[in-house]
Design a binder for this molecule. Structure first.
Ligand SMILES: Nc1nc2c(c(=O)[nH]1)N[C@H]1C(S)=C(S)[C@@H](COP(=O)(O)OP(=O)(O)OC[C@H]3O[C@@H](n4cnc5c(N)ncnc54)[C@H](O)[C@@H]3O)O[C@H]1N2
Ligand code: MOO
Length: 640
């Protein structure tokens, strides 16, 4: 195995781009575009390599534009209701839309305005103007006229116009071809059985789809184990058939990260390491006058560096310019810390609450591809800033249509699988409406409503003194807000335990046992309050419980700890236990409500969400999930 040198720069993004694109420009990458001739009907999305002039005029003859009779307009002058004109056969000819105009006639009268006396004779009561209801030669396009210029990305309507102009084949630029080489000994193909340490190889499929979106063609090579010589061989093979090569993973400083050395040994290593996060270890090089990119393995880093470097590359190779995404200004709901020295790209959820856009950061891990699925936008934190404060106004690049964001009902608070089911039902019934939910616990939801960061909050807050759910908290913390409280469902809370309950846990009283490790929910979570109430009732002090201080943020995260064997049990809902095939010991039913800010209650999207909430289909889906009582689902519990 070849020894490697480890060195990683931290070039600012713009500088890295200048180095890379400057070198590619000098190498003539953007000026040598190859051309191919293709059939017009297959040209969607392709880029014209020459201006396309019409070969013929369209229409190429004078054509009737309506069904009626063709006449010589002169013969109709003076016609009126009191002085109708009778035309005989030869003076008129019946024509259909699209028929050529007969010789010596210059006008068409619509059938509705013609009184047929016989097959031979018609009566008209209006004069016809010359060329009325006639599509003249070249009305659409005149021979020699320009239909689309060179360097134009072809759209469906262009295809029609080019065919109408008499073309069958046209010259377009060849699509740039990229070879993608996934590397990593841990990779397995989708669908293969997973052993610990195995990672499903999907980055290459994401790259192929991105490249297709940008107009390039992609060939995926079989994944390669981390082996210097094998990967090098694959790169050499790729260079023979492609215009550019993308090597995925092996970009950083690990024992088996070879990409940078391979590029250095084969050609010119231009950049290794850019001060962006995620995406820092990106590698940019030139081998045999072709761009070779080393894209980091972490899926988010990979996606982002593809967008930052491969997208402008692919577009410029086709002579296309790069258009930036739409940006909006929004209020940041939470503090986001960022390290000085790297420009950070934070995936965010965006909601429109009243007149204001608000953004909340999503999971920041570079391995979370789902954060890109959930993201509505990307917030860039410059390298010289330590972060963003809650309440700051920020600029965000949109990953979605603004309209889609405006049609989104934002629910922040405690998480429940029922909210996901509701979101899905809403989308199924009303494709134009979205329901977005963020998980910050019940108290977090209350605070979000107070700060007007959500339309509604999901909560299950038990008041220990009165035994009442939610209302006492709303009265206490949302005194100045008008709220409508709607029931989502009653749900069973219980202890989530390992399959088969090997430690024979029977209830809350067992939590004080020395052989049991618990996993708790975060402070402010309704489930935590329920636990504290139960502990109080049973006179158990929290210090007696091993793991009381270990906090997770969702029911599923608690279940995952139990499934992973790092805890024996945790308090949560049945659906979370079922999702991970665990056992469940019921402890207590609880009421889970949606608190809706009254000012948004009448919003059309909110009303549609409530309609879905009350639907039989939604309730049925909860029943199938198990652990829910829907007897009050959708009903208004209270409001003030
Ligand atoms: N000592 C250091 N360690 C790391 C550094 C560093 O600077 N010094 N940088 C970190 C950063 S930042 C990133 S990003 C990653 C980049 O890692 P590599 O490009 O070398 O990639 P791997 O380590 O092989 O993989 C990372 C991760 O991504 C998964 N992966 C890889 N390929 C695929 C694929 N085709 N489909 C799906 N997932 C894939 C892989 O299994 C790993 O989980 O390095 C840090 N470390
Ligand atoms: O650059 Mo890495 O991509 O931060 O995780």
């Amino acid at each position: 195995m070849k020894k490697k040198d480890i060195y990683l720069d931290a070039l600012p993004l713009e500088e890295a781009k200048d180095v890379f694109f400057g070198e590619l420009e000098r190498a003539g990458i953007f000026s040598k575009k190859s051309v191919e001739e293709i059939n017009v009907s297959e040209s969607l999305g392709r880029i014209t390599a020459e201006p396309i002039f019409s070969k013929i005029s369209s229409p190429h003859y004078n054509a009737a534009a309506v069904d009626g009779i063709a006449v010589l307009s002169e013969r109709t002058y003076g016609a009126s209701e009191t002085t109708p004109i009778i035309l005989s056969k030869g003076e008129f000819e019946v024509v259909d839309t699209g028929d050529p105009l007969p010789p010596n006639m210059d006008s068409v009268i619509m059938m509705e305005d013609v009184n047929f006396i016989s097959d031979e004779k018609v009566e008209i009561i209006f004069p016809a103007l010359p060329w009325q209801n006639v599509r003249l030669i070249g009305e659409d396009v005149v021979a020699t006229e320009l239909i689309v210029p060179e360097n134009h990305r072809l759209r469906p309507q262009d295809i029609g116009a080019i065919l109408a102009g008499g073309h069958v084949n046209i010259k377009v630029y060849k699509k740039p071809v990229f070879v993608i080489i996934p590397t990593g000994t841990e990779l397995v193909n989708p669908g293969e059985e997973l052993k610990p340490g195995d990672i499903i190889e999907y980055n290459s499929k994401v790259f192929k789809a991105l490249l297709a979106e940008w107009g390039a063609e992609a060939l995926i090579f079989e994944k390669h184990k981390d082996d210097y010589y094998r990967i090098k061989e694959a790169v050499e093979k790729a260079l023979k058939i492609a215009d550019g090569v993308i090597i995925n993973a092996g970009s950083s400083a690990g024992r088996e990260d070879f990409t940078a050395n391979i590029i250095k040994d084969l050609g010119k290593l231009l950049v290794h390491g850019v001060s962006i996060k995620p995406g820092k270890p990106v590698i940019l090089g030139l081998v045999e006058n072709k761009p070779v990119l080393g894209i980091p393995g972490y899926p988010v880093s990979a996606f982002l560096t593809m967008e930052l470097f491969a997208k402008p590359l692919v577009l410029r190779m086709q002579g296309q310019s790069f258009t930036e995404r739409e940006k909006i200004r929004a209020i940041c709901t939470r503090r986001i810390v960022s390290s000085i020295g790297s420009e950070e790209f934070v995936r965010v959820k965006i909601g429109k609450i009243g007149d204001e856009f608000v953004v909340s950061p999503l999971h920041r891990g570079a391995g979370t591809i789902t954060s890109l699925v959930r993201a509505d936008g990307i917030l860039r934190i410059p390298a010289n800033k330590e972060g963003i404060e809650a309440g700051d106004c920020v600029e965000v690049e949109l990953l979605k249509d603004k309209k889609e964001i405006e049609n989104t009902v934002v629910i922040i608070g405690s998480h429940d699988v029922a909210i996901d089911i509701l979101a899905n039902e809403v989308k199924r019934r009303y494709p134009e409406i979205n329901l977005s939910s963020a998980n910050v616990g019940s108290m977090g939801g209350i605070m979000a409503l107070k700060r007007k960061e959500a339309h509604a909050a999901g909560m299950h807050l038990l008041d220990v003194d009165t035994g009442e759910y939610n209302i006492p908290y709303i009265r206490r913390y949302l005194r100045d807000e008008k709220i409508v409280l709607v029931n989502l469902a009653f749900r069973e809370q219980g202890l989530i335990v390992m399959k088969g309950n090997p430690k024979n846990i029977k209830g809350i009283e067992d939590l004080k046992r020395k052989d049991i490790t618990f996993v708790n929910r975060q402070k402010g979570a309704g489930t935590r309050l329920l636990l504290d109430l139960k502990l109080k009732q049973l006179n158990i002090s929290p210090e007696k419980i091993r793991g009381y201080d270990r906090e997770e943020f969702t029911h599923l995260a608690v279940a995952a700890q139990v499934a992973g064997g790092t805890a024996d049990c945790g308090l949560g809902i049945l659906s979370a236990a079922k999702a991970l095939d665990l056992d469940f010991i019921p402890v207590s039913p609880e009421r889970y409500d949606l608190a809706i800010l009254y000012e948004y209650f009448e919003m059309e999207a909110v009303q549609k969400v409530l309609e879905v909430l009350r639907s039989v289909e939604f309730k049925e889906k909860l029943k199938v999930l198990g652990g829910y009582d829907t007897s009050l689902t959708g009903e208004i519990i209270g409001g003030d």
